[in-house]
Design a protein around this ligand. Sequence first.
Ligand SMILES: [Zn+2]
Length: 111
Amino acid sequence: MAETRCISCGAAPLAPILHLGTTPLANALLTKEQIGKPEPRFPLELRFCATCSLVQITEKVPPEQMFREYAYFSSFSDTIVSQAGARSRRTARSSRSSTRSTRRASGSGSD
Ligand SMILES: [Zn+2]
């Protein structure tokens, strides 16, 4: 059943942002025997809460269906973990640099 209230603050209504129809579960890979047969599909809709700014999906998939054979492993790829770390460091440096520039421009910074 679709959520009609914000899952964070309980406000309603939620503003529709994007509706992608119904989709199979991500990473729900099919066996050879399952190909060509109907598979479970779930509504995939994003909505925005104007009260707390949370963007959220409206449909909850039962955990026993979602994670029965879940083929996603966070932190599994050393390459992806390394790239994410490098990106985080660049973003942090850029953010610090931007903050210093803003302070200089406003005359409120000490450096
Ligand atoms: Zn909210």
